[in-house]
Design a protein around this ligand. Structure first.
Ligand code: S3P
Length: 436
């Protein structure tokens, strides 16, 4: 894990510029995983060189997959085939990444060898029964530590059988773990979701030649299929772009252009919420890149209105609530979030940690079990703890730009898990942001 670092941020001036946001984290993880399992050599362009995705790539190297790095945003993966992974010598370290651990658990459940998945202190607090239990119904043997937490001990050599899963939680990670196990199962694996989530695993399995039927909220795949190597083009990560959408919206005089951002409808709930709040965001130069809709996002400062965030939007903006809480603090009336209990089991308890930080800076937040009401006000300087959560750290760096005093943000090293170039891009566009 990275050394602890802290930031001193804001107050700043108008933000200006044209920014290239790094590649999508969810797609980068899946690209390495499927390329490793494919027959042949796959090329990945636009790969996110963050700590989370690097951890996944390093795990596949340990499992015997040769991965070349011609440049930081490219990977050439020499696939070993679905049955070609090698037993690892020791535990596999997923770092901070829930996506890495949960998807790998599904994939490793179908191998002939045993494996152990572990991670950092934050990941080792996150719930894993949501994958170990449905995988067990397919015949997988996965032991968790106390209370369903990592490390995960996965027993190889099990004969997996396809199953029809009706999920209670809307989670792309759970869905993806089951589909990856389904590759190794006899018969069909079906996943039905309570609300549609990001479908990158389904789309990418299809791009790698797997016969999979999917529609929003539903996927079905037959076990025993092979994957064929392909080229993957990873769009810019909407979740990283989100911090600049909020920053330019709240800092007076700002105008930013974010180049060719991925706009998969299962990821862009925040765009809908911000537009309902009165944000000035335009899409230009729209196209399709690697099967994903992309466009430049041009965002200008605009006065924001408080809203009740529609619950149906929650899964489509699940990673954007730290940023949304900041927009809400600068709106004209309270913003209400409901139906978002999942936020409590992300890299940190994102309801509790955001509420604590905002309160420290003078903003009233009423917490509920599954959401919060954020009461806008003047945001003062102070010291907030990100609890090692990358998105909380970046959210407060944004808020600080319009604070009345400097904001110290503690424990920000994990920003490199998803957005290694954040500081450079932020300062280049006008953020007041330095280490301390
Ligand atoms: C992800 C799914 C979401 C999201 C995470 C990435 C993925 O998690 O929060 O950042 O890549 O599948 P859940 O499946 O736990 O909702």
């Amino acid at each position: 894990m990275s050394a602890v670092q802290n930031w001193r941020a804001g107050p700043g001036a108008a933000l200006r510029g044209t920014l290239a946001i790094p590649g999508d984290k969810s797609i980068s993880h899946r690209a390495v995983m499927l390329a490793a399992l494919a027959d042949g050599i796959s090329r990945i362009d636009g790969f996110l060189e963050g700590e989370d995705t690097r951890a996944t790539a390093a795990i596949f190297a340990t499992l015997g997959v040769r991965i070349e790095t011609p440049s930081s945003s490219q990977r050439i993966v020499h696939g070993v085939g679905v049955d070609g992974l090698r037993a690892p010598a020791g535990a596999l370290d997923c770092g901070n990444s829930g996506t890495g651990m949960r998807l790998l658990a599904g994939l490793l459940a179908g191998q002939t060898f045993d494996s152990v998945l572990t991670g950092d202190a934050s990941l080792c607090k996150r719930p894993m029964r949501r994958i170990s239990e449905p995988l067990a119904r397919m015949g997988a043997r996965i032991d968790t530590a106390a209370d369903g937490r990592p490390p995960l001990r996965i027993r190889g050599g099990q004969a997996l059988v396809g199953s029809d899963h009706g999920l209670e939680i809307a989670s792309a990670q759970v869905k993806s773990a089951l589909l990856l196990a389904g590759l190794y199962a006899a018969g069909d694996t079906v996943v039905r979701e309570p609300h549609p989530t990001r479908d990158y695993t389904e789309r990418m399995l299809s791009a790698f030649g797997v016969d999979i039927a999917f529609s929003p909220g539903h996927a079905r795949l037959r076990g025993g299929q092979r994957l064929v190597a392909t080229e993957v083009s990873v769009p810019a990560d909407f979740s990283s772009a989100a911090f600049f959408l909020i920053a330019a919206s709240i800092v007076p005089g700002s105008e930013l252009r974010l180049l060719q951002v991925g706009l998969n409808p299962r990821r862009t709930g925040l765009l809908a919420a911000l537009r309902a709040m009165g944000a000035d965001i335009h899409e230009e130069n729209a196209s399709v890149q690697g099967g994903e809709p992309v466009a430049d996002l041009v965002v200008r400062h605009a006065p924001l209105r408080g809203i009740e965030v529609p619950e149906a939007l929650v899964p489509d903006m699940i990673d954007e609530f730290p940023a949304l809480f900041i927009a809400a603090a600068f709106a004209n009336r309270p913003t209400v979030v409901r139906g978002a209990a999942e936020l409590r089991v992300k890299e940190s308890d994102r309801i509790g940690v955001m509420a604590a930080g905002l309160r420290t800076l003078g903003i009233r937040v009423d917490e509920t079990a599954d959401g919060a009401t954020i009461h806008p006000g003047a945001l003062q300087g102070g010291s907030v703890d990100s609890h090692g959560d990358h998105r909380i750290a970046m959210a407060f760096a944004v808020a600080a730009q319009v604070a009345t005093g400097q904001v110290d943000i503690l424990d920000v090293a994990n920003v490199a898990t998803s957005f290694p170039g954040f500081e450079v891009l932020a300062r280049g566009s006008g953020f007041a942001l330095e280490h301390r």
